[in-house]
Design a protein. Structure first.
Length: 143
């Protein structure tokens, strides 16, 4: 595993050295859509379930923090925008990929995007972000 993806990334390793903070940026539509769970029948419910699991993992320390999760379309009905339990939920005003790319580009921190979207991955890598697959995230979430 890349060192920046460890749950302890951004913590003090030596009194004189402090690493940059890491932002975990989640493409919720891509993560939810990566598994055939019937999510298409209840997009708001699928978004709510993912957010609950991500918050539990963030609180347990199994995910680097802070976490920013972007919702688009009907999935936005599943959760209010805002910050809670180490996770910030952002509602994309239009296409989620545009919001994710803008957040990655505008971040003053190191960014790791969770998405399998190749075009989006290419866009955010241009801003220096790393990209991991939805499986990387799902393997770290509680059931």
């Amino acid at each position: 595993m890349h060192e920046s993806l460890s749950p302890t990334a951004g913590t003090m390793r030596h009194p004189a050295v402090r690493e940059a903070r890491l932002v975990l940026l989640i493409d919720a539509a891509n993560v939810v859509g990566s598994r055939p769970t019937g999510w298409w029948r209840d997009r708001p419910g699928a978004a709510r379930e993912l957010i609950t699991r991500v918050r539990r993992a963030a609180a347990a320390g199994t995910l680097p923090r802070p976490v920013v999760l972007v919702l688009e379309g009907r999935a936005k009905e599943g959760a209010l925008e805002g910050f809670a339990d180490g996770v910030e939920v952002v509602h994309a005003p239009g296409h989620g990929d545009d919001t994710l790319a803008a957040l990655a580009t505008d971040s003053g921190e190191a960014v790791v995007l969770v998405s399998a979207d190749r075009d989006l991955a290419q866009r955010v890598r241009r801003s220096g972000a790393e990209v991991v697959s939805p499986t990387w995230l799902l393997d770290r979430l509680p059931p």
